[in-house]
Design a protein around this ligand. Structure first.
Ligand SMILES: [Zn+2]
Length: 82
């Protein structure tokens, strides 16, 4: 079973998705494997999914969302021009 958590990003800076849109929400889902890893995707298209390390924080915690956001922003974007 995947857990799903939605969280508003408010004033956090989030980089555009490779689909070309800038999401306003990230969703965090259980990777189904190791609790130290989870996956994040955004409300824009839901198709670009990144893996990130949770450091074993709960998926519904703010910490975990911060890790997801950082991973989102740090992930290479082959289709997006700066
Ligand atoms: Zn997108």
């Amino acid at each position: 079973m995947n857990k799903k958590k939605e969280s508003k990003l408010e004033d956090e800076k989030i980089k555009p998705c490779p689909c070309g849109k800038t999401p306003i929400e990230l969703y965090v889902v259980d990777s189904g494997q190791d609790v130290r890893w989870a996956q994040a995707y955004a409300n824009c298209c839901g198709e670009w999914i990144i893996d990130f390390g949770t450091k074993s924080s709960p998926l519904d915690s703010e910490e975990c969302m911060e890790y997801a956001l950082k991973a989102w922003n740090d992930a290479p974007r082959g289709l997006v021009q700066d």
